[in-house]
Design a protein around this ligand. Sequence first.
Ligand code: B12
Length: 226
Amino acid sequence: MNTSIKNAVNVSTLESIVEAMKKIEEKKVLKLVNYAIREGAAQAQIIEAIQRGLDQIGHFFEEGKYGVTDLMMAGIIFEEVLKLPSLKLINEESEEPIGRILLCTIERDLHDIGKSIFKSAALMSNFEIIDMGINVTAEQILNETINRKPDIIAISSILAEGVRYIKEVNEKLVTAGIRDQVKIIVGGLSTHRQAIEYTGVDAFANDVYEGVKQCKIWVNEGGEAN
Ligand code: B12
């Protein structure tokens, strides 16, 4: 994905996006995003601005100023932004896929925005994506791995409890004798470097672009992790 800044982007437009997002002002966010794109903002800058707004919303939620409905509305706004044609998050050129990724949000977790961003970035890099959706169990991941033979399993885990289910994914693949046939990468709020050791996955990335870069290394080099 080209994340270079084409023109000088007005920093205040990006700050206005953060503010509008923070206040959950849907129309204003969409208007500002379109404006920022016309100013030459890169996709990554826009996503980063929205994410900063979401972080504030998260804090307000923790403080009790916002409720679940507000979280939900925030999620809807982000989805609307991701769908904007001007953001061009989908690669329209139909080139031969460089590899197959099985993607999901882990069991009991309904957050799918980070997953969608990873999906867009991976599609832009010509990966084939099998999107299993949200709240996906280790058993379902195992079955789909056997059936679809992906090169990589990419798991999004936003809730803290996700780590235990990711560990289960690794254990099921080991028991089935197919763990060495697939790489596993995880990302999300609940994951950190220590989680790699605990869960037995191959890599961790909280930045989708870093995550896709790692996936490319695996498919290009025949599967060696960093
Ligand atoms: C929107 C939102 C929701 C929406 C989600 C809508 C949707 N369509 O996804 C809804 C309303 C459903 C929701 C529900 C809940 N939520 Co919520 N939610 C949020 C909020 C505000 C934003 C999350 C988000 O989308 N962020 C933007 C994305 C882009 O960021 P991200 O998910 O982290 O993804 C980035 C990286 O992590 C990474 N990444 C993510 N996945 C992957 C995968 C791979 C492979 C890679 C490489 C990278 C990667 O790349 C992304 C881009 O940089 C956060 C607050 C916050 N600070 O994030 C709380 C937050 C995540 N929620 C929280 C909570 C507590 C809940 C609820 C339990 C609330 C409740 N009492 O009901 C429920 C749980 C429901 C469930 N079972 O999942 C807590 C989680 C605490 C924790 N760590 O366990 C947070 C942190 C709020 C808080 N501060 O308390 N939520």
